[in-house]
Write a protein that binds this ligand. Structure first.
Ligand SMILES: [Zn+2]
Length: 265
C-alpha cells in the first residue's frame, strides 16, 4: 500500500491492515557509473518494499531520497543536502508517520552511503520521549550469498556493478544504457589510500579515492533473471522483518520505561 496512492478515507483502514507498520525506503539521487540512472537506489528500495508489502501488508512511505550522499557531489545530478538538515528531515518525517497512526517505522535502506547514518539515527531515538519505534533491519544489499543463492559471476561488486545493473534490468530495463558500459576495468578500486585502508583507517574521502566515477564492479554479466531472483529473496527477507515487527510489543514498552526513568533519574 503506497501512502500517497491511498485516499484520505482509505488511510485509517490501511493503518489497521498494516498493524501500524510503515516501510520508509531510504535512497539518494546519485551517479551510478555511466549506464544506470541517478535514481537506481530509489527504484530498488521501492521495489523491494512493494514486493514485501504484497507478502505482508505494510504502508510504504512516499519516495525519500534526501539522505547522506556528500561523496557524490562532484558528479552531475547529485542532490546532497547538509548533514544536519537531512537528519532533522528524517526525524520530522518519522514524527509525521507516527502522528498518522503508524507507530512502527522500518528503515529500508537502499544506499550504502547511509550504512552508518541508519544506526546513528536509531541511537538518536533515545534523545527524547516518543510514542513510536524506529526499526533498522539489515539493508537488503547486505543479503548473504547463502540467502540469495550463487547468482553472481563477478567478485568485485559494490556500485552499479552486476547486482544493481541486474536489478534495474528487472525493474526498469528502459533506463539502462547498455552501450555506455565500460570494458576497461573502470569499476576496479584505484587503491589510492590503500596503506590507510589496509590498517582499517577511514576518512571521508575514501570512496572518492577508490571510485571517483561511482562505479565499483562490472555490469556486463548482469541479466534481468538474476535481478528477479535477488528481488524475490530480498522481498521475502523484508516480509519476515515486517512480521517480526508486528509481533514486537517489548521495544515500545522498554522505551516508555526508559523515558520515564530518564525524565526523573
Ligand atoms: Zn546504488
Amino acid at each position: 500500500m503506497r501512502w500517497e496512492e491511498l485516499t484520505g478515507d482509505q488511510f485509517p483502514q490501511a493503518v489497521e491492515k498494516a498493524q501500524g507498520v510503515c516501510l520508509l525506503p531510504l535512497s539518494c539521487i546519485e551517479r551510478h557509473g555511466h549506464h544506470l540512472p541517478l535514481n537506481t537506489d530509489l527504484l530498488i528500495a521501492r521495489e523491494v518494499c512493494r514486493r514485501a508489502a504484497e507478502l505482508e501488508p505494510a504502508v510504504i512511505y512516499p519516495d525519500f531520497f534526501y539522505t547522506q550522499i556528500l561523496e557524490a557531489r562532484h558528479t552531475p545530478g547529485c542532490i546532497g543536502l547538509e548533514p544536519d538538515l537531512f537528519l532533522r528531515l528524517l526525524e520530522a518525517v518519522c514524527r509525521e508517520i507516527a502522528r498518522n497512526g503508524l507507530k512502527k517505522i522500518v528503515l529500508v535502506n537502499g544506499h550504502g552511503g547511509n550504512d552508518s547514518l541508519i544506526y546513528f539515527f536509531a541511537q538518536c531515538q533515545l534523545a527524547s520521549r516518543r510514542d513510536y519505534v524506529v526499526y533498522v533491519p539489515p539493508p537488503p544489499y547486505h543479503l548473504q550469498e547463502a540467502e540469495s543463492g550463487p547468482i553472481w559471476e563477478t567478485t568485485v561488486d559494490g556500485h552499479a556493478g552486476e547486482r544493481e545493473t541486474s536489478l534495474i534490468l528487472a525493474i526498469r530495463p528502459d533506463l539502462v544504457d547498455h552501450a555506455a558500459l565500460p570494458a576497461d576495468g573502470e569499476g576496479n578500486p584505484l587503491g589510492r589510500l590503500k596503506p590507510l585502508r589496509d590498517l582499517g583507517i577511514s576518512t571521508g574521502i575514501w570512496w572518492y579515492a577508490d571510485h571517483p566515477t561511482h562505479y565499483c564492479g562490472d555490469g556486463r554479466p548482469a541479466t534481468a533473471e538474476k535481478g528477479e531472483r535477488w528481488l524475490t529473496v530480498a522481498s521475502q527477507a523484508l516480509a519476515r522483518v515486517i512480521r517480526a515487527v508486528k509481533e514486537d510489543k517489548e521495544t515500545q514498552r522498554l522505551q516508555d520505561e526508559f523515558f520515564a526513568k530518564m525524565e526523573r533519574p
